[in-house]
Design a protein around this ligand. Structure first.
Ligand code: FUB
Length: 321
């Protein structure tokens, strides 16, 4: 593959790709953007998505197959509105799709839908996962029988409304010198349908071993968690939101703490940036999105892939957005 990013689904708007290798192929699980006509605001009301398509590829350079609609908001028994970034995990012959969706009280919860095939269809459960909140679930299969979900997002993602896994009476942002609001990590139950424990904060430390602060906008977590492993280390990557970068931090285990390392992707066209990192056929890839094809309309994003490279010391070479 050339070092130039390529667009994957030119005929439609897709964003927030979560990518896994299932049955020897690359499977892509994106958000399905659409023109809703809802004005842009800090709550993200303009991201009013109603379904998910699943895509697959035999090769990162190759043709992209659209497997069609895998889940619709209208089929989720507890649905309010807005299907945002999803992910899919495999265990014991079944595929589990995890999706954030607002309930009828306009609160984001994380739901599960179950399928027999990586492309779905996925059948949603009656209720959201107990104790779930906020957005952007990303699941790591740790290879030892455990699956860990990373989740959370600020502003429209509602993470500022929770502390210690309890809803606050009103949203609270820390002062600039205080520790930043962290993403969350939780081990999933053996049946993959619930949390096996209380979610824990994903703490990101600076070079001096101090948690990144809320005022450190160039480095602190905002949304779009992803986890992969490389060289025996855990790489937690995420978007910084209003500074529009994909950054990463590394640690020794799935819970962290993680130490900030650098920028993976500089800002792209559009407000949001969101990605996944995957190894396939001996190479590494960054799947992401931008709003260039829609002329910068930030709610109409297009899927991209580009090769990702490591330095000999395990750091990731920065990709220009
Ligand atoms: O697609 C809606 C939201 O935009 C996602 O959940 C965020 O990560 C951002 O990409």
């Amino acid at each position: 593959m050339k070092k130039q990013a390529r667009y994957l689904v030119p005929g439609d708007y897709m964003a927030d790709p979560s990518v896994h290798v299932f049955e020897g192929k690359l499977y892509i699980y994106p958000s399905h953007d659409r023109e809703s006509g809802i004005p842009e605001n800090d709550n993200g009301d303009h991201f009013d998505m109603k379904d998910y398509h699943v895509f697959s590829m035999d090769d990162a350079d190759g043709e992209v197959t659209d497997h069609g609609v895998a889940l619709r908001a209208q089929d989720v028994p507890w649905a309010g509105r807005q299907l945002w970034d999803c992910d899919v995990a495999f265990r014991d012959g079944k595929y589990y799709m995890y999706f954030p969706l607002k309930d009828r009280n306009d609160i984001f919860r994380i739901g599960v839908a179950v399928g027999d095939r990586p492309e779905g269809p996925f059948i949603p459960r009656e209720s959201p996962m107990k104790g779930s909140y906020s957005i952007d679930p990303a699941v790591l299969d740790d290879g030892d029988g455990n699956h860990y979900m990373y989740f959370g997002g600020l502003w429209g993602g509602q993470l500022q409304r929770y502390r210690d896994n309890k809803a606050l009476e009103c949203a609270a942002f820390p002062a600039d010198h205080e520790p930043a609001i962290p993403s969350r990590v939780v081990r999933l139950s053996a049946d993959m349908l619930e949390f096996a424990e209380e979610p824990r904060p994903v703490v990101i430390l600076d070079e001096n071993g101090h948690p990144l602060t809320a005022g450190d906008n160039e480095r602190r977590f905002f949304e779009a968690s992803w986890m992969h492993t490389y060289g025996g280390k855990y790489y937690f990557s995420y978007s910084t939101g209003d500074t529009h970068k994909i950054c990463y931090a590394t640690g020794d285990n799935p819970y962290g703490p993680f130490t900030w390392q650098g920028v993976i992707l500089t800002p792209v066209v559009g407000w949001t940036t969101h990605h996944s990192i995957i190894e396939y056929k001996g190479k590494w890839y960054l799947f992401h999105h931008d709003s260039a094809p829609s002329g910068g309309r930030t709610w109409l994003r297009s899927l991209k892939v580009v090769e990702l490279e490591y330095n000999p010391d395990g750091t990731i070479k920065t990709i220009e957005g």
